[in-house]
Design a protein around this ligand. Structure first.
Ligand code: NDP
Length: 308
């Protein structure tokens, strides 16, 4: 048995899910500790305007919203520790977490809110123009592209879904795909191919995104002829997949074939006392508000577990 203090609840990861779990468990007098992760705050910190989070009729900047979540949780006593969890031992109670390979901390319950990361192309211009015409979330940012011309990169179901969704706003959409056939399900492909607002640019990669302060175009490379061409465009939506941040939990927590944590009966994982919320267990909705909702659920589930 460790000599150190045993926490009631440790929340791994900040962001809408982790911070909401912290708020609810702090208000339940459980004195939660949030291990923020590096960088803290999750995907919202790389978003500019957030217009679909309820309660902000004029919108709010992603980093500001993150700060507000944190302040609200701190007001009720939630504590935040900056650092990454580098190892976990969920084999017996209390659960053990190692921070930065140095310090061990112990807890009676754990809430995992480590999120997911949108896969990026790895271009310098892509990070520079992120939130300025480059986006990885059509639901979040599509509205800003009324009557604009856009490209969607990718050939899976997400690319099909995002392109179809974006037709509500954009005047024209080009799906840029690196092969000559889509990976997406047939029905989603048909929806795209039958939509007159959408054209497909096959066998092509985006090798650069152009623009100083906003996106003005892309450089495309044909994967067969290797020919490079410039294409004027107003926005670039990346839909090349997401990676749930679950490497730490492989072979410990049950994950689905894409690596997302499997939750049952609310936010329960396969280990009693370990809960998961937010994008780390959600490959469908991926919204700040749904993440916050499951964060609330995880705190309530953890509180009930501790009462037992
Ligand atoms: P996928 O992994 O299915 O598809 C990713 C796509 O991006 C592929 O077409 C891939 O090309 C392309 N890609 C990957 N890396 C690069 C790169 N570096 N440069 C260019 N292109 C790249 O991810 P999705 O997010 O589309 O889907 C994930 C899962 O979620 C799937 O199981 C999907 O079915 C599911 N989903 C279901 C939906 C629904 O049912 N409504 C909606 C959205 C997702 P290539 O094909 O050549 O590998």
């Amino acid at each position: 048995m460790p000599n150190e203090q045993i926490e009631n609840i440790i929340i791994i990861g900040s962001g809408p899910a982790g911070d909401t779990a912290a708020l609810y468990s702090a208000r339940a007098d459980l004195n939660p500790l949030v291990i923020e992760g590096m960088p803290p705050g999750g995907q919202l910190t790389i978003t500019t305007d957030v217009e679909n989070y309820p309660g902000f009729p004029n919108g709010v900047q992603g980093p500001e919203l993150t700060e507000l979540f944190r302040k609200q949780a701190e007001r009720f006593g939630a504590r935040f520790l900056t650092g990454s969890v580098t190892n976990v031992d969920f084999g017996s109670l209390p659960f053990k977490l190692t921070i930065e390979d140095e310090k061990n901390i112990f807890s009676k319950a754990i809430i995992i809110a480590t999120g997911a990361t949108a896969k990026l192309l790895g271009l310098k211009s892509e990070s520079r123009l992120m939130g300025r015409g480059v986006s990885a979330c059509a639901t979040c940012d599509g509205f800003f592209f009324k009557d604009k011309e856009l490209i969607v990169v990718g050939g899976g179901d997400t690319a099909m879904e995002e392109a179809t969704f974006l037709t509500k706003f954009a005047s024209k959409i080009y799906i840029v795909h690196r092969r000559n056939e889509f990976r997406a399900s047939k029905i989603m492909q048909q929806r795209v191919l039958n939509n007159e607002k959408i054209d497909v640019i096959w066998n092509s990669n985006v090798v650069d995104i152009l623009g100083e302060n906003d996106v003005t175009g892309v450089k495309l490379e044909n994967t067969i002829s290797k020919e490079i061409s410039d294409m004027p465009i107003d926005g670039v939506f990346l839909a090349i997949g997401h990676k749930p941040n679950t490497d730490l939990f492989k072979n410990i927590i049950d994950l689905n074939e894409s690596g997302y944590i499997i939750t049952k009966n609310g936010t329960n994982t396969n280990i009693p006392g370990i809960f998961a919320c937010g994008d780390v267990q959600d490959w469908i909705y991926r919204q700040a508000v749904t993440a916050a909702g499951t964060g609330c659920m995880a705190a309530i589930d953890a509180e009930r577990f501790l009462e037992k």
